[in-house]
Design a protein around this ligand. Structure first.
Ligand code: ADP
Length: 773
């Protein structure tokens, strides 16, 4: 069939693509185009509109123009000022240029009308139509700028090809994409392409929305806050509270002016107050600033109490409030005297070291009392973050100052006695070493300008009298220890505990329970009974608790039985506290082979350490069981080697290891023990077991041993001797080098014990083993 050709004038379009059925207007300015228009108007008003490949080309020729365009009818022409003409056209048919018949004055072409390949009965086509409609609906929903009439008219469209064209003309697409759609004569192909393009547009729109929403959210929040704040202001004004803010500001201002702050602190405070004014006190920022100002105002920047350096009075107070502790009291009086003469507090920091409950905290309190200083106590147990000492930076949410500044706030004066408890229980982790921060706190050279991260201001700690306490010196970092003057506070003997109970603990408890003098009295034997059978400690903390229980129960008895007074005896104690809790490892009453009493020293005071050794057939194994730490295991091995090397000397077969195993057992005690001082005990046990010689039951020993059999000195002699005495021992074998430490042992104990000084293991053995006659 001969294809229909038409000869029509042509206008190249820049940036627009016309689809069939599309009605639109555009402006024509180029002379060539206007001539083409005129030509069309002279004929049947039909014109061929086709896009330029590049809209920027001013004078396009053949090759700059696409081949496929649309035959349109001109509906209206409007002359605009200047040489421009506005035309209203309606698209009729797709057509393809076959041939240019005129190029000079304007373009005229032969075009072939293109018939569409419709797909109305096709299922695939139907599915495509539906999806295109759905996607386009979504596109419209997202873009939100389509008129509803247009959508309704879309529903009436029966022909899929026409639907595709109408939608194509409304989509915001690039020129080349539109051209592609125009050139798709196969309708299902056109629908497919269109679907891809719509979906792509939908994705872009979604993304745009998301970005838009985010930005909007941010703006909204700021605006909302501003709006609410303004509203709040208005409400407050209405209620006559508008000045609440101003009042608060002036309250702070007054406080700042009155507070006698150092200049730099005052400046900072006023600066923060200014910020508070601007941020409004109801904002989050306002809250932070207020807390900060409160901290500044609560700190004792310039409050100082007056020291009482009357040494005589100090001595009296210390004596009155604490029994014994002569060493400690003397050292403290010395310390105060030196401070009085040199009129400065610079110098080493006192560190009170000793088991729990021996009165370290309470003597520190007495010192504060004697000096007339305020007292604050801060436990460092478990502190492992530098920030706990020095505070968190203000930028942290909920930041607060560190413990030092916190303590200063509690102290209410800049020269308190500041007790840093349990300095040995500090540890460190990745967040920085608290010990470093503490070094700065305690260093007299640096602490006048101590800087807390939160305050960001220098605080003067140089007037503070720091005292530290620890249970043991070992865990304290060396540099910290170097700055301290260690004063040992050791455990108490029964006598001392008795006096402390009678003169301090019982009166204190009676007072706390509001009991008049003489109503409750204690028989001496009752006090001893509590000490010996219901407590087992170096200090008196438990003892105090037990005595409080006894007092409470006796009050109950008095009330119940209508008694006026009560004298507490051993019988009462049994009734109130139940059967005796502790029976000490009382020494065996008979001499045994392989059973030796050692003496140990732990953070909780002295203790006895029974060691058992047995020998059995085997092949030279050394078995260790029970409560042995690593150091103790090492000394057991060293002892074993010594015994093997010197077997003959002690009447033991040098070949014993070929057919014998040795088993050393250290029975479990309440507190884990470790250390080298059980060396002599274990050798004595082994030799006793191997040679079948009995060990004297009333002997206890302590000492480290070398491979050559020398006995080396040990620590905690006093505590160990107290424990041995408690266990009913009457002879203690101690290293010769510890002779000097015997001075520390209370006379009451020293007189009752027989001391043997050992230089070599043989000195131990000859006194501990019973030689067979
Ligand atoms: P620490 O700080 O060494 O653990 P504390 O200071 O808490 O011990 O003492 C525990 C209790 O024992 C306190 O009530 C204290 O008053 C009392 N105390 C300890 N030693 C004595 C003493 N020598 N004289 C009077 N009371 C004492």
């Amino acid at each position: 069939m001969e294809k229909e050709l038409r000869n029509l004038p042509l206008i190249p379009l820049r940036g627009i693509t016309i689809f069939p059925y599309m009605v639109m207007h555009f402006d024509v300015g180029r002379e060539k185009s206007i001539l083409a228009l005129e030509d069309a108007m002279l004929k049947n008003q039909e014109i061929f509109l086709v896009s330029q490949k590049d809209p920027k080309v001013e004078e396009p020729d053949e090759k700059d123009i696409y081949e496929v365009g649309t035959v349109c009818t001109i509906k209206q022409i409007l002359k605009l000022p200047g040489d421009t003409v506005r035309v209203l056209i309606e698209g009729i048919n797709r057509a393809k240029i076959i041939n240019f018949t005129e190029k000079e004055s304007f373009f005229k072409v032969d075009v072939e009308i293109l018939e569409e390949l419709e797909c109305i009965t096709d299922k695939k086509c139907e599915a495509l139509v539906r999806t295109v409609r759905n996607s386009f609906d979504e596109y419209i929903r997202l873009s939100g700028n389509m008129q509803t009439e247009f959508l309704v008219s879309l529903d009436d469209l029966e022909s899929p090809g026409r639907l595709a064209d109408v939608i194509s003309s409304y989509l915001m697409l690039k020129g080349d994409k539109k051209q592609e759609l125009l050139e798709s004569f196969d309708v299902s192909e056109r629908l497919e392409k269109l679907l891809i393009l719509i979906n792509n547009e939908v994705d872009v729109l979604k993304l745009e929305r998301k970005i838009g929403a985010k930005v909007k959210n941010k703006i909204d929040k700021v605006q909302k806050e501003y709006y609410l704040r303004e509203q709040l202001k208005a409400i407050q004004e209405e209620l006559g509270e508008d000045d609440e803010d101003k009042k608060e500001i002036s309250r702070y201002k007054n406080k700042i002016n009155k507070a006698k702050l150092p200049k730099s602190v005052k400046e900072k405070a006023l600066y923060e107050l200014d910020r508070l004014k601007n941020s409004g006190s109801y904002s989050a920022e306002g809250g932070v600033i207020r807390t900060y100002l409160d901290w500044i105002l609560d700190l004792p920047w310039n409050n100082e109490t007056e020291d009482n350096l009357d040494i005589k009075r100090a001595r009296e107070i210390l004596e009155k409030e604490h029994y014994g502790l002569e060493d400690v009291k003397d050292r403290i009086i010395e310390y105060l005297a030196v401070r009085k003469i040199s009129n400065t507090l610079k110098g080493p920091i006192v560190c009170l070291v000793g088991p729990p409950g021996v009165g370290k905290t309470s003597i520190a309190r007495s010192i504060a009392h004697a000096l007339n200083r305020n007292f604050v106590r801060m436990s460092l147990g478990g502190v492992r973050d530098e920030a706990e000492i020095r505070g968190h930076r203000k930028t942290y949410v909920g930041a607060i100052p560190g413990r030092i500044i916190y303590g200063m706030k509690q102290a209410k004066s800049k020269n308190p006695l500041f007790l840093l408890d349990e300095i040995d229980k500090m540890s460190n982790d990745f967040r920085g070493d608290p010990a470093d921060a503490l070094l700065e706190v305690l260093d007299a050279e640096q602490n006048s300008t101590f800087r807390d991260h939160y305050l960001e201001l220098d605080f003067d700690l140089s007037k503070v009298l720091f005292i530290t306490t620890a249970n043991s010196l070992d865990p304290i970092p060396r540099p910290l220890l170097d700055r301290m003057e260690v004063i040992e506070v050791s455990g108490y003997t029964y006598e001392e505990k008795f006096h402390i109970s009678k003169e301090h603990l019982i009166p204190k408890q009676l007072k706390e329970h509001n009991i008049e003098e003489g109503k409750i009295t204690f028989a001496e034997s009752a006090i001893y009974n509590v000490i010996e059978n219901y407590t087992r400690e170096s200090g008196v903390r438990n003892l105090e608790r037990k005595l409080a229980t006894v007092i409470r129960k006796s009050i109950a008895e008095m009330v119940e039985k209508n008694k006026q007074s009560i004298n507490i005896t051993i019988n009462h104690i049994k009734k109130y506290l139940g059967p005796a809790i502790f029976s000490y490892d009382k020494a065996d009453k008979i001499d045994k082979i392989g059973v030796v009493m050692g003496m140990a020293w732990t953070g909780y005071g002295g203790d006895t350490l029974p060691v058992e050794v047995t020998v059995m057939p085997g092949n030279g194994k050394l078995e260790l069981t029970g409560q042995l730490g690593d150091v103790m295991k090492e000394s057991a091995r060293a002892g074993y080697s010594y015994v093997r090397a010197n077997a003959e000397k002690y009447g033991i077969s040098p070949e014993f290891h070929k057919d014998k195993d040795i088993h050393i057992h250290v029975p479990e005690g309440a507190v884990p023990k470790d250390g080298p001082s059980a060396g002599v005990t274990m050798i004595t046990g082994m030799i006793s077991a191997l040679s079948s010689k009995k060990v004297k039951h009333n002997v206890a020993m302590t000492g480290e041993i070398t491979l050559t059999g020398r006995v080396l000195p040990i620590g905690g002699l006093k505590e160990k001797c107290l424990a041995a005495f408690r266990a009913g021992i009457n002879t203690v074998i101690i290293p010769k080098d510890n002779e000097k430490d015997m001075l520390k042992i209370p006379k009451s104990i020293k007189n009752k014990l027989n001391f043997i000084l050992a230089d070599k293991i043989d000195d131990v053995l000859s006194n501990a083993l019973i030689s067979e006659e």
